[in-house]
Design a protein around this ligand. Structure first.
Ligand code: NAD
Length: 248
């Protein structure tokens, strides 16, 4: 059991077909006690119930600093500790450069980047006191190749920001026993992407993927499991590309 009795907080884990939910199942299968955070309390609780009786969920908007702090306090109150944080909550908007206005920019940057900062700040005091913890940040191939099919330039910028933030946190928190790593998924079939691909576009994208298929949420969940567990005990500040070879 890679995560036996570890308390694992995953943001944005209520979405049924999402990467966060798949990660929650992968962690639970390895003995982790999962905390599902998402915008809607009912959906977060239902997702936790779906994973199993040992797990719990509640509402937390990661763009709200006080809510992140309150969520971390609630987790410590209920479970006594926080061993793992997966900063998974994210949104995207398929816009071109000149279409992005202030509201678009704020929405995408707030959830993806500000949310990663606030939720990490919320768990660090507990992880510091434990002198142990693993934080996994969801970035994107969009940050590395400059845009994707579904993400506009503001999404690429926010996800590139996540990579910089994660590395800076890794540098600062290493001496506290806290590791921080990132995952950059390629095109993964979830609600962000689901149903939006025509057959022609799918075939065109797959031509550029050496492994010859789109990703599934479990592909990313398994990378998160590795980074959350002691299998990656000597990794911090790293980035794992989960993209089928799209960037080779
Ligand atoms: P998804 O839409 O299935 O899930 C995202 C979840 O985040 C949802 O449950 C949503 O309610 C939640 N959320 C949104 N705003 C929130 C907020 N303010 N506070 C708390 N929760 C919030 O998306 P997914 O495809 O599973 O993506 C998960 C992560 O992986 C995201 O960060 C995304 O940017 C990243 N990613 C996805 C892909 C892909 O192809 N699917 C590729 C690269 C990166």
């Amino acid at each position: 059991m890679l995560l036996k009795d570890r308390v694992c907080v995953i943001t944005g884990a209520a979405s049924a077909r999402g990467i966060g939910r798949a990660t929650a199942h992968a962690f639970a299968a390895q003995g982790g006690r999962v905390v599902v955070l998402d915008l809607d309390a009912g959906q977060a609780e239902a997702a936790a119930r779906d994973i199993g009786p040992a797990h719990f969920g509640f509402a937390c908007d990661v763009t709200d600093k006080a809510a992140c702090r309150a969520a971390a306090e609630e987790v410590v109150g209920q479970a006594g500790r926080i061993d793992v944080l997966v900063n998974n909550a994210g949104i995207t908007q398929p816009l071109k450069l000149m279409e992005i206005d202030a509201a678009h920019y704020e929405a995408v940057t707030d959830v993806n980047l500000r949310g990663t900062l606030y939720m990490s700040q919320a768990v660090v005091p507990t992880m510091r006191a434990q002198r142990a913890g693993s934080i996994v940040c969801l970035s994107s191939v969009s940050a590395q190749r400059g845009g994707g099919i579904f993400g506009g330039p503001h999404y690429s910028a926010a996800k590139a920001g996540v990579l910089g933030l994660a590395k800076a946190m890794a540098r600062e928190l290493g001496s506290d026993g806290i590791r921080v790593n990132s995952v950059t998924p390629g095109l993964i079939q979830t609600d962000i992407t689901g149903g939006k691909l025509t057959e022609e576009l799918r075939a065109e994208i797959i031509k550029g993927i050496p492994l010859g298929r789109l990703g599934v949420a479990d592909d990313v969940a398994n990378a998160c499991l590795f980074l959350a567990s002691d299998l990656s005990a000597y990794l911090t500040g790293t980035v794992i590309d989960v993209n089928g070879g799209m960037l080779i």
